[in-house]
Structures are given as structure tokens and as C-alpha cells.
Design a protein around this ligand. Sequence first.
Ligand SMILES: Cc1cc2nc3c(=O)[nH]c(=O)nc-3n(C[C@H](O)[C@H](O)[C@H](O)COP(=O)(O)OP(=O)(O)OC[C@H]3O[C@@H](n4cnc5c(N)ncnc54)[C@H](O)[C@@H]3O)c2cc1C
Length: 392
Amino acid sequence: MSESISSNHSTDVLIVGAGIIGLAHAAEAVSRGLSVRIIDRDSRAVGASIRNFGHCCVTAQSGELLDLATAAREGWLRHSKLAGFFSVESGGLAVARNLQEVAVLEELAARRGADQVKLVNADAVRQQLSGKGDGAIMAGALLRDDIRVDPREAVAKLAAWLAKQPRVWFQWRTSYLGTDDDGAQLSTIRTSRGSFRASRVIVCVGHDLDYVYPELSEAFEVNRCALQMALVRPPASLRIGPAILTGTSMLRYPAFAETAAADELKKELAARNPELLAIDANLMLTQRPDGTLIIGDSHYTETTVDPFLSEQTQDTLLGAAAHLLGTGNFQVIQRWQGVYASSPQQNFLIKDIQSNVTAVSVTSGIGMTISFGLARKTFDQLENALVLSRTH
Ligand SMILES: Cc1cc2nc3c(=O)[nH]c(=O)nc-3n(C[C@H](O)[C@H](O)[C@H](O)COP(=O)(O)OP(=O)(O)OC[C@H]3O[C@@H](n4cnc5c(N)ncnc54)[C@H](O)[C@@H]3O)c2cc1C
């Protein structure tokens, strides 16, 4: 249900930010029977949530992140049906091109079991890459629980579906300015288009946390991590089901990085592929339903990031991807920069900042992977407060 700005009735929950974290929280509120208003400063989501690979990288998480990712997986599949967006249980494929990468995958497979992490030989990897592939491919691991969505479609359709639900209201082009929260049951939320009233405010502004709550952002050393990405048109015959991860992904995601073999892998990649480590690459790719490939990514972290894309970084990533797939150069259709929140202290934060205001931000580049699971966790923590203060 969309509604005019003049609406001034109160809701159980007001969510700031209509990226995947805000939308997952809105969906969780709906499933708990709560009324919800979502505000976003833009006219549609254009942040990190539409700039990523659409890869729910479940298997490569560990500990609590794995639990959150597993819960999020179920949320993605359910909402894909409800909202009518593409999702595929294609799994992930980690490709090994040296002995150290093989050792990482063997260790993870031994830990998780062949159901979850299935080791495959070089021919099977090549088959998944449409029969081509780098001559150095030695083996791979199929990561059963990973899923893929098309981020641009999924986020737009999830918002559209939520807008049709009873007792859900969107206010686009509306900036959050703060909450007057004097301990009363209903808080007053100040925005660029007047004020709203709600029992609970959940602020999901991603990497822009410092614009609204600078002290919180500084306490958790939240910075911006900027990534370079490209969309390319591969040869028509190329069909790749799983999300593709490589050695650099094994240094980044915890389930790989926690293996004993990961240290040796880091040394090997430093010697063999210094150009990838120099741009802090996580060489990955996913194929969208129209056949185009999303290829990335590089990382650099700063409080304020440069808007300029480096052609050298793009060449390094695109060259490495073409080499991996055994194709010639790609036709590049789009290039962009994505930015996500990054903290050296923790992977995400759920922090009460006033008595009725909670800030939620994923600070480790896995917001798609844990989104719906994180929303459930936030509401589990808030449940008692919300039961006491439901407005309707
Ligand atoms: C290039 C790239 C690749 C990635 N790949 C993956 C991947 O494959 N898998 C994965 O799990 N994760 C991936 N991530 C991370 C993931 O995309 C993010 O963690 C996630 O999208 C963060 O979601 P969000 O809703 O917090 O942020 P955003 O999507 O940035 O949304 C924040 C929203 O808040 C709004 N907002 C901000 N300030 C205000 C305000 N004052 N008032 C009102 N509205 C406001 C913004 O307009 C925006 O719509 C990737 C990220 C990038 C950049």
C-alpha cells in the first residue's frame, strides 16, 4: 500500500533505508503482523543492494554468519516466490588452480561433508564453465547451499511486493533527519518531508551510517569500502549455473580463510598473482538471466572514497576473468563502483542508539547473504519491546 506524504498516522515500525537490509526488515515486520513505514532518500534503491553479484554466499560463512546466511537463504527463496523475482539454487563453484587452493577446498569438504561441499575434478569444473576454462584448473568444490538472484530485479520487486501489502507504506525521496525519542511509547521521526510517528525506528542506511549517527559509526570504525565492477556480454554459448569463486575468494570468506591451508595460499597468490592482491581482489562472477556476466571486484577502504574508476583495475579484473573462463576479451556493457560499510571490529551491527531507535548495518560485504537472517535476529531481540508497544 503506497500512500500520500500527508499521511500522519503512526506505525509499529518505521524503517529508514530501502536497500536489502531495510527491505528484509520490512518483510520480517510484515510476517510478524506489524504495520511498517519505509522511508528512503532516493526514488528507488540504487545503493550497494543493486550493485552486487546477487550471490547469497551461504556455504563460505562460518559460525553465527552461517546460521544467519542459512536463515536468509530460506527468506530469499520464499520472497522470490511471493514477489516474483528470479532466484536459482545453483550453488557456488570454487575453482582451484594450484595445490594450495585444492588443499583449502579439501579441508573445507572434510569439515562440512560431501553433501555441502562436493569436490569435483578439473573436467567437471570445465563442464560447469561451459567446457572451456583456464588450462591450470586442477579441481573445484560445488557449494550446495549458495543461491543467486539478479540484484537489480530482486530489490525492485521486493519493494514493489511490500508496497502492496496491507499496513505497509513507502515514502520515497524522504531523508531521515533524526528521532525525538523522549522515552514515550511513540517516537517522532523527523524527515525532509515532515514528521512521522512510530513505536520503533530501525535505521538501515548501510555505509551512510556516519551521516546520521557519526559517533556510532566512529565507535565501530565504520568506513566505506569501494569496489569496481563490470557487466560484460560473454560468447552466447557460455552458460554458467553456479556463482564462481576463485583463490582470492578463499582468502576473504571465513569458511575458507579459517582453514590451515589458507596461509600457504596467501603466500602462493602473493608470488603468483601480486596484481590481484594489489587491488585486494575477490575475483568472482555470476551470470544474470539474460546471459550477461557480472564480474568483480577490487576493494579499497576509506572514510570518503574517490568516485573515479581505475582503468588499470578494470583491465586486471576483466583479464583475470577472461583467463579463468578461457574466453577472449569480453564486450563490456557497463562499469560501476559499489560501496558498502566496512568495520575491522565486526561483520554487522545491531545497536540500540535511543530507547526506540535501533541501527542495523552489515559491515563486511555480505549483506545479501545474511539479510533476511539478520532481520529475524533484530526482531527477535526487539520482540518484547514491540509486543508491549504495538499501535494497532
Ligand atoms: C560491488 C559489491 C558487490 C557485493 N557483492 C555481494 C554479494 O555477492 N553477496 C553479498 O552478500 N553481499 C554483497 N555485497 C554487499 C551487499 O551488497 C551489502 O552488504 C548490502 O547491499 C547492504 O545493504 P543496505 O540495505 O545496508 O545498503 P544499501 O543498499 O546501500 O541501502 C541503504 C539505503 O539507505 C538509504 N539512505 C541512506 N541514508 C538515508 C537517509 N538519511 N534517509 C533516508 N534514506 C537513506 C539509501 O538511499 C539506500 O537506499 C556487495 C557490495 C558491493 C558494493
